[in-house]
Every structure is written in structure tokens, then in C-alpha cells.
Design a protein around this ligand. Structure first.
Ligand code: NAD
Length: 499
């Protein structure tokens, strides 16, 4: 099919000179920093220019967030906060096609996925957070300390917003993850300075403008653009009270150290080497559908996606045959073509990383399907690779241990349940694991022993606003969603009274 038609408002947005978003305004480039380009990974064309934030702009963004926190947002009526978050969700949907197009042009995500995740899921998450604004509560407690003078005591706790939050965003779901941070922070009464990935800054810049239309007061949402150094300066700012980081383990460790140096609270959502485990009774057709959709979606650039698959030895051939057949037929091409399932890898460094792992696969393992970089549909350009199935030889193979963050799934057989458990836990990561089985006893035996923030049964990767999400071991610290986010974005104040 042909590419969809780009909207005039998409083209107009790309044409603008982008800088920061501070105190409710898109700030024109200061001219003190050198602009960088945003590249369309499907064509390698530079589609927009962004000026990175100067040190002065970082200070201004934090100052705007601090002033709006102290003067407006922390004491803003909780119901009104929720109304505004709901209104922002409505505006994201109303402008959904422009947002989806900006996303696909800058990240290579297929247009269908951009509509589904960056637009619809962002609105769903925002509405979930909007519902929490009126439900954030402390406790009433009865002190047991004996009274010396006959007086009595009573105590209660308050959940108070923590202050200015720095949100550092990766490029794989640039709007949805920004909304996770923004929605949680604003629901609790915090204000934010977001630092998008240098590869995908466009959609959240557009949404910041919509936030103003939604009535969210100036300064509550601020955005500073740039490379990692801008993120590092932002989190070192003394007025930042909390850092919420999503990204790689290597950067997360640095961020944690920097934040800890000034005792700034920090939550980390990091990488994974997630396992799908197919037990002896697994429904192979269901697992094939699941792996196709959830392992290779967005070219595998999904933090929770399965990258290593342990299959009961009696079922491995059947799985590889069926998945290989389905994968070979999946359409690859321009992400603006609605019939396409697989587009390009999102950016050049990530493409080079995935190509490195394809080389490893070809040298050290058996490539069952795929295994090559391929020419893109426009003049052979773009960062395209084949979705790949690899048969591993050992649980310690590079491809069974290192996060590729690409469309490379590695498969290995196992025999016994105990062996499977130790294979699943044989990784420094612990983000997500799926079990594919209807064997209830085995499932219930295994769940407590799996070192993983989430265990899915007969599905994988599903992330829902009502269900806490986060990693154990090197996959992170802290949880998002559910009510878990309230602990991360508020301070508990204890009040003890004598009467
Ligand atoms: P990255 O760590 O390279 O960059 C993430 C963000 O950090 C970017 O905005 C970057 O500019 C910024 N940054 C870089 N150096 C910094 C520093 N020293 N201080 C502060 N900020 C800095 O990650 P990425 O390549 O953008 O994203 C891919 C990674 O993110 C993968 O490992 C993936 O698993 C992980 N991820 C995890 C989750 C999750 O919820 N657990 C979700 C999405 C992605």
C-alpha cells in the first residue's frame, strides 16, 4: 500500500525551529547552542532541527517548575487537577493523527503502533492518573506511647507532593513514557522538567502545547532538549527533588550515582533480557501469535519484550517451524504504510548495535530465520533489519545474556522445571518473564521463584496503568502505575497531636 498522506499540521510542526518549552511557552532557539537534527530512520532524511538547552535554559526550566509548584500546583484543587489531565487526554486524541505521524517520522514505529500506543495508550494512562488526583490519602494512627501527664495523643499522615521532578525519557516510546512520568507527577501535585531523548523530542513538545490548551498552568510542564549532558545537568540541579529515569542500565547507574550524591530521590526503569518460557503443554499457536506480536513489535525495541525463549525440548521444533513460517510472511517496509508490520530500527546507533548482534548470531549460533540487514524501500536507505530467530547453543551465549533491544529472539530447549527456573534467573536483569502453559500447579509453583518485576501467563509485555510495573536486579528501582507511583512522587509527613 502507499504511504499515508502527511497532514499539513505535521509538516508545519516539522518546519519550526524547536528549542525548549519553559513556563508555558515554546522558547525560540537561544543561538548559544548548536542545533541537532532529528532523523527519519526509514529514509535517513533530517526532518527537524532542535536546539539543545543551554545551562541558563536548564536553570530557567527548573525555576519555572519550582515557582509553579510553590505558587500554584501543589495546592491546586485535586479535582481540578484531574479535570485538566482528562482534558489533556482528550486533546491528545483530538490531535492524534498529527502526533502519530510525528512519532512515526522520528522513531520509525509503524503508524498503526504510533496511533495505538503513543496516542491511545497515552490518553488511557493520563485518564488513569487523573482518577488518582482525588484519592491520594494518608492514614489516621493511634500512638501507643504511654502518657506522662494524662494527656492523649492522636496522629495522622499526609501525602505531600515532593516538588520538582526531572523525567528523563528514552526513544522507544517517547510520548507514552513521558506521559507515565508527567501523569504520575502532576496527579500527585508535583511539577516536571522533562528531558526527551535526542532522537525523539517532537511528540512531547507538541503535547506540552496541548497541555496549555488543557488549562494546565504555565510552568507545571517544562521540557529541555539535548544529549545526555543536558539530562546530567538537570538531575544535578539543587531544586530538583526527584529523578524519574527510563533508559539503559549503563546510563541508569550513572543517573543513580549523580542523584545519590545530593540525596535526590531516584527511580529507575531500566533494560531487560526478558524470558518467554514455554512449558511442555504450551499452546504453540497461541505462543506463536504472542511472540510475533509482542517479541517483534516495534522491531523488538520494547523494554519488556521477550528476547530469549526457553522451550520444553519436546516442543522446540514445532515452535521454530511455525514461528519461522509466520515471521517470513510478515510485511516489512515504510512505517507510514498501514499494511506494514515491521519498519526500521529507530536510530543509527541502535541499528549499529543490532547489526553487531546479527553478526554475533551468524558467527556463534544457528540463524533459523532472518539474520541480515536489508535495504529500505526509499532508495535503499534506512535502518532496516530482518526479524530474526536464533537457536542458541548455551544459556551463556551472548545472545542469551545481553540485551539486543532489537528484533532478535534466541531459542533454547530445556527438560525439567528446576532447570527452567535456574535458566530464567540466569541473568543480571529482572524486568519481565512469561510462562506459556495451562498447568496451574506448575505456574503457581514457579511464580514466587522467578526473579522478575512482572510475570505474565499466556501473554507477554502487557503493561497496564492499574498494574505496578518495574524491575528487580539490574532492571531498576521503584515501581510505576497502580497506586505504587504515589509512594515515589510524595513525601509522607507525620503529624502527632496531644489533647
Ligand atoms: P539511554 O540510557 O541511552 O538514554 C535514555 C535517556 O537518558 C536519554 O534521554 C538520554 O539522552 C539520557 N541520558 C544519557 N546520558 C545521561 C546522563 N549521564 N544523565 C542523564 N541523562 C542521560 O537509553 P535509550 O537508548 O534511550 O533507551 C533504550 C533503553 O531503555 C533500553 O535499555 C531499554 O530496555 C530501556 N527502557 C526501559 C524501560 C522500562 O520501563 N524499564 C522502558 C523503555 C526503555
Amino acid at each position: 500500500m502507499p504511504d499515508i498522506q502527511l497532514l499539513p499540521e505535521t509538516l508545519a510542526f516539522l518546519d519550526r525551529q524547536h528549542g525548549q518549552f519553559i513556563a508555558g511557552e515554546a522558547v525560540a532557539p537561544s543561538g548559544t547552542t548548536t542545533a541537532f537534527g532529528v532523523t527519519n530512520p526509514a529514509t535517513e532524511d533530517v526532518i527537524a532541527q532542535i536546539s539543545p538547552a543551554s545551562d541558563a535554559e536548564i536553570d530557567q526550566a527548573v525555576a519555572a517548575a519550582k515557582a509553579s509548584f510553590e505558587q500554584v500546583w501543589a495546592d491546586f484543587n485535586p479535582y481540578a487537577r484531574g479535570v485538566m489531565l482528562n482534558k489533556l487526554a482528550d486533546l491528545i486524541e483530538a490531535n492524534g493523527e498529527q502526533i502519530a505521524q510525528l512519532e512515526t517520522l522520528s522513531s520509525g514505529k509503524s503508524i498503526n503502533l504510533s496511533r495505538m500506543f503513543e496516542v491511545q495508550q497515552s490518553a488511557i494512562f493520563l485518564r488513569y492518573f487523573a482518577g488518582w488526583t482525588t484519592k491520594i490519602a494518608g492514614e489516621t494512627l493511634q500512638p501507643s506511647f504511654p502518657s506522662m501527664t494524662g494527656e492523649q495523643y492522636s496522629a495522622f499522615t499526609r501525602r505531600e507532593p515532593i516538588g520538582v521532578v526531572a523525567g528523563i525519557i528514552p526513544w522507544n516510546f517517547p510520548l507514552m513514557i513521558a506521559i507515565w512520568k508527567l501523569g504520575a507527577a502532576l496527579a500527585c501535585g508535583c511539577t516536571v522538567v522533562l528531558k526527551p531523548s535526542e532522537f525523539t523530542p517532537l511528540t512531547i513538545l507538541r503535547v506540552a502545547e496541548l497541555a496549555r490548551e488543557a488549562g494546565i498552568p504555565d510552568g507545571v510542564i517544562n521540557i529541555v532538549n539535548g544529549m545526555g549532558d543536558v539530562g546530567a545537568k538537570l538531575i544535578q540541579h539543587p531544586d530538583v527533588r526527584k529523578v524519574s529515569f527510563t533508559g539503559s542500565v549503563a546510563t541508569g547507574k550513572k543517573v543513580n550515582l549523580t542523584a545519590a550524591a545530593d540525596l535526590t530521590r531516584c527511580t529507575l526503569e531500566l533494560g531487560g533480557k526478558n524470558t518467554a518460557a514455554l512449558l511442555k503443554d504450551a499452546d504453540i499457536d497461541r505462543a506463536v501469535g504472542g511472540l510475533l506480536q509482542l517479541g517483534y513489535i516495534h522491531q523488538g525495541q520494547v523494554c519488556a519484550a521477550p528476547e530469549r525463549v526457553y522451550v520444553h525440548a519436546s516442543r522446540l521444533d514445532e515452535l521454530l517451524n511455525k514461528l519461522g513460517g509466520a515471521l517470513s510472511q510478515a510485511p516489512m517496509g515504510s512505517p507510514l504504510d498501514e499494511s506494514v508490520l515491521f519498519g526500521p530500527i529507530s536510530n543509527k546507533p541502535q541499528y549499529e548495535k543490532v547489526c553487531h548482534y546479527l553478526n554475533v548470531a551468524n558467527k556463534e549460533n544457528r540463524v533459523v530465520v532472518g539474520g541480515q540487514a536489508v535495504a529500505g524501500p526509499v532508495n535503499g536507505k534506512g535502518y532496516f533489519v530482518q526479524p530474526t530467530i536464533v537457536q542458541a547453543t548455551s544459556a551463556n551465549d551472548i545472545l542469551m545474556q545481553e540485551e539486543t533491544f532489537g528484533p532478535i529472539l534466541s531459542f533454547m530447549a530445556y527438560e525439567e522445571e528446576d532447570e527452567l527456573l535456574s535458566l530464567i534467573n540466569n541473568t543480571p536483569y529482572g524486568l519481565g518473564t512469561s510462562l506459556w502453559t495451562n498447568n496451574l500447579s506448575a505456574t503457581m509453583r514457579m511464580i514466587p521463584k522467578i526473579e522478575s518485576g512482572t510475570v505474565w501467563v499466556n501473554l507477554h509485555t502487557m503493561v497496564d496503568p492499574a498494574v505496578p510495573f518495574g524491575g528487580v536486579k539490574h532492571s531498576g528501582i521503584g515501581r510505576e502505575f497502580g497506586s505504587a507511583f504515589i509512594d515515589e512522587y510524595t513525601e509522607v509527613k507525620s503529624v502527632i497531636m496531644a489533647y
